[in-house]
Write a protein that binds this ligand. Structure first.
Ligand code: PGA
Length: 250
């Protein structure tokens, strides 16, 4: 019922010419995919990625968006700049933004609302730290992050949001949550969305897993009932591996 969504988070990798080549390789591999495919390069590589994916089934996403429309915010990008450049999705609240750049639940909420207002489709990241998991409060963390991210978002807009469950301890570490662990927390997130909006939204909202998803473990993760796709870092830079993950998202 929910179409799966596979998104590549390229993080701070690839120059514009390298991004062009990678995007072209992924376009070829993604032909005929039965899921939505998104690539998220750095901002400076967006024009190259948009050009390379033109007329294909691969959409381009940004890695962040500011919540104001314009003004004195050095180094930031407004939502309408992204849409005009051909961007369709935007990652919001990635744990690296939360960890290194002062992102909070409140700014995640502001960015989510600004993205939706401009017609961008947000991929909102939530996930517990290792300490939170060890202390048994992972549910509290993802509930809080989900509820605050969606504060003031209408039911109609909430349906356009993808939530990426990314346990911080699994990102870039090679440690994947087991398929059951990932499915359990994605289920908690879906329950949380249900308490906010009812099943009309919780049945359609897409919830991805992210954190060391790769060609070897994708099929098992993506077969779980609450996992509607993946947000992939390292493996999204390797077209052959990314193609296997896309193929596993049926
Ligand atoms: P990873 O990154 O696949 O390299 O663990 C995932 C992410 O941070 O989105």
């Amino acid at each position: 019922m929910r179409k799966k969504i596979i998104a590549g988070n390229w993080k701070m990798n690839k120059t514009p010419s390298e991004a062009k080549a990678l995007a072209e390789a992924i376009v070829t591999k993604a032909e005929g995919a039965s899921c939505d495919v998104v690539i998220c390069p750095t901002a400076i590589c967006i024009p190259a990625a948009v050009e390379a994916t033109k007329g294909s089934n691969v959409a381009v996403g940004a890695q962040n968006v500011h919540f104001k429309e314009s003004g004195a915010y050095t180094g930031e990008l407004a939502a309408n700049m992204l849409t005009e450049a051909g961007v369709k999705y935007v990652i919001i609240g990635h744990s690296e933004r939360r960890q290194y750049f002062g992102e909070t639940d409140e700014t995640v909420n502001l960015r989510t609302k600004a993205a939706l207002a401009a017609g961008l489709l947000p991929i909102v990241c939530v996930g517990e730290s290792l300490t939170e998991r060890e202390q048994g409060i992972m549910d509290d963390t993802v509930r809080r992050q989900t509820k605050i991210a969606l504060l003031g978002v209408s039911a109609e807009d909430a349906k356009k949001v993808t939530i990426a469950y990314e346990p911080v301890w699994a990102i870039g570490t090679g440690k994947t949550a087991t398929a059951d662990q990932a499915d359990e927390v994605c289920g908690i997130i879906r329950e949380t969305v249900k308490t906010l909006y009812g099943s009309e939204v919780s049945d359609v909202i897409r919830i991805q897993y992210g954190g060391s998803m790769n060609a070897g473990n994708a099929a098992e993760l993506l077969a779980k009932p609450n996992i509607d796709g993946g947000l992939i870092g390292g493996a999204s830079l390797k077209p052959d591996d990314f193609a296997v993950i896309i193929g596993a998202a049926k």
